[in-house]
Each structure stands twice: as C-alpha cells, then as structure tokens.
Design a protein around this ligand. Structure first.
Ligand code: ADP
Ligand code: MG
Length: 696
C-alpha cells in the first residue's frame, strides 16, 4: 500500500514552487491580530485567502455625472472640489465635509474622524470619488466616499469583488490583501494541457484565479467561475477514482468460499424480501471473487439493512475470518449487538461489543481476545478505529449509517486488515448524482423494497391548537399497548440548551399531561449505562413514552412504537425528519408521525407538506434539495459531503457529469498520473492528507 502512494506522489513532493499553504499571519499586512480575525472566516493560509471567493461583484465600470447619481446606489464620478474642507467637532467625533461639482450639479461629501482628508483634498482640484449616494435634506450627498487621483482612473474603473465579511475586516482590506498576493506572476502551474482545456472550454488556471477576484468584464467572471467549479468537482472525482483504483489494485489475500446461509435464514422470523436477497447475492459475488469488495448498500429507513449485514458477517466468519461492524452511536451499537448476538450465539459465533462506555479492563480483555482470534464478530462505535484495536485476521468491515462518518473513518477501519472486504450502509436518501460524489469509490447496491407487512406511516402537520387532541391520541394508542417517541426541538450545537429543552419537555409531559403513564427521557450527554437501561426498558415496553433528542434519529428499531411526535418540526431538515419518522412503522401496527410546527411561513409549510404526501426517502430528498439547496439538506456537519467553495451540487450537475468523463479520460491513458505531474501535484495539495492517510 505504502509503495503505491509513494510512487504516485514521490516524484512531486519536493517540487513546490510557491507555498500557498504558508500561514496567512506572515503575509505582509496581516500580523497576529488580523490573523485571528481572518481565522473567523476560515482563512488560515494564503490558499484559503485566494480561495475566499467574492459572493458578488459591484459594477464600477460606468462613470456617472452628478446629475445621474441615484440615491441608494453606489457610483463612481469625477468632480472638482468647490469649497474648502470644513472641520467640525462634536464630542469625540470630528466631522469633515466639503462640496464637489461637475457641469451637471453639486454634491456634499462627509467623512468622520479622517482628519487627513483636509490635507489631501485641494480646493479647485479634480478627483475621482466613489461611494453610496444618500439623501441629505433633499440634496445628494455621500458619506465617507473613497478618493482617487485622476491618474488612477484606469485602475479604479472596473468590476469589484464583494466579499463576505466579519467584524473587523473590511472589503477594502480583503481587496488589498488578495491583490497583494497576485503580483502579476502566475501562482500555480497550469495542470491541464491545452487540448484538454480546449475540449472542456476551460480558462487557464491563473487567469481564472485572478479573474474570480479582479475581472475586467462579467464574461471574465463567468469564464473564471466555470474553470474553478470544474476544478473543484474534478479534483474530488479524481481523488475518489484514485482511491477506487488503489482498492482495485490491492491484492486480495483473503479467500472466501461458498457458504450455505440456510442455517442463518432459518433463525429469522421472516422471509427475506427480493431486494434483500438480490443485494446479498451482489455481496456474495464480490466476496467470492478475486477482487476486494467495496460496496455501498443504500436502502430507505426500515428496508432491513441489518440482516443483510449480518449475513455478510456470517459468510466471513464461516470462512474463518473476523468481522467488525461500526455504528455511529452507542445506542445503535448496543441494539445491533443485542439483535445479532441473539442469532450468532445459536450458530456458535462469538460476538462482543466495544463502545466509549466499555471499561478499561473489559476493553483490555476484548483486545486480547481479538488478537487471539477468540472473538469472531466485534460491534462498536468509533472506538473500533482506535489504534489499540488489532485483529487476528480481519476479513470484513461494515459501517452502518455511513453518512454519519467521514470517508477517512470508513477507510481507517478497513486498514486494520491487509485485504479487507468493505461494506457500508446508509439510508441517506440522496439522489443518484450526489451519491456518486459521496461514494464514487464504491459499487452500489440498492434495497428498493420494504418488508411486506409495512403500512406507510400516516403523517400530519399540526399547530398548537391541536395539542390536546394529539395528546389524547397518544394516550389512546398507549392504552392499546403501543408506545410513542416525542422528539425535542432541535437546538443547534448547544448541548446545555438541548438538555434544558429535553428536561422541560419531560417535566411537562410526565407531571402535567401523562401523569398516569411511564414517561422517560433520553439525551446524548447521559451516561451510556443510563441510555442503555432506558432503551432496554423501552424495548420491553416498560416505558410508554420516550422523550428524546435526536440521539434516536439513526437506526433505532422498536417495532411496538407507533407514534413519532416531533416538536418544532420546521427546525429539522427533511432528511432528518424522514429518519426520525423511520423509527415507527417498523412492525405490523399502523403508525403515525405528528409534526408540530407553528411556523406560518410559506416555505416551512411547503417543506412539511412534502412529509405529509411522501413516504419515500428518495422523493423527499429530491424535493428538499430543490426547495433548499444541498447545503441545508445535509446539514454539512453530518453529511460527510465535502464542502465546495463555488460549486453548487444542484445547479452544477452538468459540470459534475463532464468532470466524471474527464477524469475517466485521463486515468484511462495515464493510470498513475505519471504524465500529468502538475495535476498530480494539485491532487496531492488538495487531497493529499486523505490519500496519504491510506498509507499509514
Ligand atoms: P434499516 O434498513 O432501517 O436498518 P432494519 O434492519 O433495522 O432496517 O430493519 C427494520 C425492521 O424490519 C427490523 O425490525 C427487522 O427485523 C425487520 N425486517 C428486516 N427484514 C425483514 C423482512 N424481510 N421481513 C419482515 N421484517 C423484516
Ligand atoms: Mg439500520
């Protein structure tokens, strides 16, 4: 493995010309204080700075006359100073003002505390001014206009970038800073050859990098954008395909022979769906082949992915290998452990679990057993990828709810064996185009069928007026033996507030509304032991109503629970709502999802309406994507989706398709990129960390 990557990157590692990755603090005009502020907008290096793209542009190509000035708009104009600069002091403020005029009219200019203006502006001289026109008692005026000398006209006239700002950083500061980096010398070596650029209509890279900031025309802006968007998508595709290629190139040292899975199937209380059987066949084909498996299993919430994973594990273990199953939360890891060990224990397969709540002592024992091949199957959370976990002969790794992990974490688990079959599972209902981006290095299997007895979850959007009726409905269902979840409003990134909100809700429901019922609450910050205990009691129907944060969002499966109530549902992304709703409707009882929201905005109502009308994760994802754009949909934090600076996955799908072809074109002829050294360097600069991680 290491040698592969050494060969790919070895020849370019010493050859860096300009260090775009150097600390921004040492750029002239920055220093420690400004560096702190720049960090707030994620600018740490020079590369970050030049990739800090304008959010819009201001047209300063036109020269106005004073009579043409429009209140409320920015304008560039030439005028003579017709009054001496007046200086007025008001408390701590020094106000400087003057009048300027051209053949068409007069305009008042004012500055605050900029005392040098008095020296700078000479009565009778002509200057260029730029600023926003305001109405000053019926007359045109400008506050703090920028002043330029006449000789600067050519430089000043043009299209100006408008950057997103933060307190303490001005447009002008950023403009000058970015400008100072572009001292006319090309910053990077072009990494596409001329023919390639022609084929895909791509501007030269240095042209694009400069013109995204300092264009002369809007056509330049468009050309620059196209090139940079292409690059973003292309590099990601290239990285993923290179990873895929390295996986394909890995020698398979494991050997799997045909296993009869009937003994396992006989333990199941149900028959596999056709889709499950098909996906299992695809997995078998991979495992029995001479190629290492790298497969994504996508299936909507409740489609039965766990059993598919279990059968893959069964095949691996029957072939004498160890298997690992990683889940994103302790609750889910426990659920998998309880469910699977039930089956495995009957088949003579040893199974154990490691999470953050495993004591040091038992962890030590498990680690020893894993090394000695005394454990066949290990289930766990992120704890599984810690360095001290070693295997005797790991043959299969499975990541459940892959969208909760990054690409790196999924790889790290696989790197614990020499040639490991990899299966990743996700319910994230993303459109095909996007799954290519997230999982471009994987083969895809889809479970596109639900178990037969499922009834669609009935979904209702309600406001406060219906609260009493909703509560009565819950009570009625509980009387019939069913259970309910009530999910707290989302409190973004604030655990203290979240805890408060779940406790308040708990008080309300337990002490006021459902006094006679067993109500419990669950929160991410609780001790794992407590969480497990509550989940165990909920599973045994000892708890009627579970108040919870979104810790139950992924994977949890309690088939007797039939009601999902979500408070302030409008705060959640539709993908999250769909996942939460997927906690009910997992058995044969009719299930209900009640989305509470008092948000009257059209967009909020439209979005929740989608939940009422659709039960398909894929449709919901597509519609949500159209309404809100991909950033919002995923909630970047949990998507594992790379953040793009310019590219928009919704509007740039066509460019994405082009880049896929382009990458294939290049790799077909030059698999190691040895004829594309500058491109290889760029790939290394952008994704090297992720790619080189594979070597360690
Ligand atoms: P998910 O795909 O969301 O991970 P699970 O694997 O948790 O779904 O399965 C959801 C529920 O459906 C579980 O209770 C499971 O036992 C059940 N199940 C899985 N496959 C079938 C099947 N073929 N027929 C009936 N029930 C099934
Ligand atoms: Mg699952």
């Amino acid at each position: 493995m290491f040698f592969y990557w050494y060969n790919v990157f070895g020849d370019i590692m010493e050859n860096k010309s300009i260090d775009l990755d150097s600390n921004i603090q040492y750029l002239k005009g920055v220093g420690p204080k400004m560096a702190e502020l720049l960090k707030k907008i994620n600018i740490y290096t020079i590369r970050d700075l030049i990739e800090y793209y304008p959010r819009a542009y201001e047209d300063r190509t036109k020269l106005y006359t004073i009579s043409e000035l429009i209140v409320g708009e920015n304008a560039l104009f030439i005028a003579d100073v017709v009054k001496p600069v007046q200086v007025l002091r008001k408390a701590k403020l020094t106000i400087l003002s003057t009048y300027v005029a051209d053949d068409t009219g007069v305009c008042k200019l004012t500055w605050f505390n900029q005392k040098y203006i008095k020296e700078k502006l000479k009565l009778g001289d002509r200057y260029i001014f730029f600023g926003k026109v305001i109405n000053d008692n019926g007359k045109k005026a400008i506050e703090t206009p920028t002043i330029y000398n006449l000789s600067e006209l050519e430089k000043v006239q043009g299209i100006y970038p408008i950057y997103p700002l933060t307190a303490g950083i001005t447009q002008n500061y950023l403009f000058k800073l970015v400008n100072s980096v572009y001292d006319n010398k090309p910053l990077v070596k072009e990494f596409f050859d001329d023919d390639f650029r022609k084929k895909y209509s791509l501007a030269e890279i240095n042209f694009a990098m400069r013109n995204i900031h300092f264009p002369k025309t809007f056509n330049d802006v468009n050309n620059a954008r196209r090139r940079l968007i292409f690059d973003e998508l292309f590099m990601l595709q290239l990285a993923l395909m290179t990873i895929k290629d390295s996986n394909l190139g890995k020698k398979k040292t494991t050997k799997f022979s045909n296993v009869d899975i009937t003994p396992f199937l006989e333990l199941l209380p149900f028959k596999l769906t056709n889709a499950q059987s098909r996906v299992i066949d695809e997995i078998k084909k991979d495992m029995y082949s001479s190629r290492i498996m790298n497969r994504l299993v996508q299936g909507d919430v409740g489609s039965g992915k766990t059993i598919v994973a279990a059968i893959a594990i069964y095949i691996a273990v029957k072939n004498g290998y160890q298997a690992a199953l990683m889940a994103p939360t302790t609750i889910l890891a426990n659920q998998h452990f309880n469910e699977l060990s039930k089956y495995f224990s009957k088949l003579g397969i040893t199974c154990d679990i490691i999470t953050s709540s495993t004591t040091k002592k038992s962890k030590g024992i498990i680690i020893e057993k894993l090394k000695n091949n005394e454990i066949d199957v290990i289930i766990g959370t992120h704890s599984l990828i810690e360095d001290d976990i070693e295997f005797n002969n790991l043959g299969l790794v499975i990541t459940d709810e892959q969208h909760r992990f990054g690409v790196k974490q999924r790889m790290k688990l696989g790197d614990k064996g020499s040639s490991v079959e990899t299966l990743v599972m996700t319910a994230t209902p993303i459109p095909r185009t996007l799954s290519i981006i997230l999982y471009g290095d994987l083969d895809l299997s889809v479970i596109d069928e639900m178990p037969p007895d499922r009834k669609p979850v009935k979904t209702y959007v309600v406001n406060d007026n219906l609260e009493a009726r909703v509560n009565e409905f819950i009570r009625k269902q509980v009387k019939e033996g069913r259970q309910a979840y009530i999910v707290c409003p989302l409190v973004e990134d604030n655990e203290a507030l979240e805890l408060k909100s779940v406790e308040m809700l708990y008080e309300k429901y337990k002490n006021e509304i459902f006094k006679e019922l067993n109500v419990e609450f669950l929160h991410g910050k609780m001790k794992n032991k407590e969480k497990d205990e509550i989940m165990r009691r909920f599973k045994n129907n000892e708890v009627n109503i579970l108040i919870s944060t979104t810790v139950i969002e992924v994977g949890i499966s309690v088939s007797n629970a039939t009601i999902m109530v979500i408070e302030n549902a409008d705060r959640f992304g539709l993908a999250a709502l769909h996942q939460l709703r997927g906690r009910v409707g997992r058995g044969s009882h009719e299930s209900f999802c009640i989305l509470k929201s008092n948000n009257r905005s059209l967009q909020a109502r439209q979005r929740l309406k989608i939940m009422e009308t659709s039960n398909s994760g894929f449709d919901i994802a597509q519609k949500d994507l159209e309404l809100r754009g991909p950033g919002d949909f995923f909630g970047i934090r949990q998507s594992g989706l790379p953040e793009f600076k310019l590219a928009n996955l919704l509007t740039d799908v066509n460019v994405l398709k082009e880049t896929q072809d382009a990458v294939k074109d290049i790799l077909k002829e030059d698999r190691n990129l040895s004829k594309h050294i500058p491109l290889k360097k760029e790939l290394f600069d952008k994704y090297g960390e992720q790619l080189t991680k594979r070597t360690t």
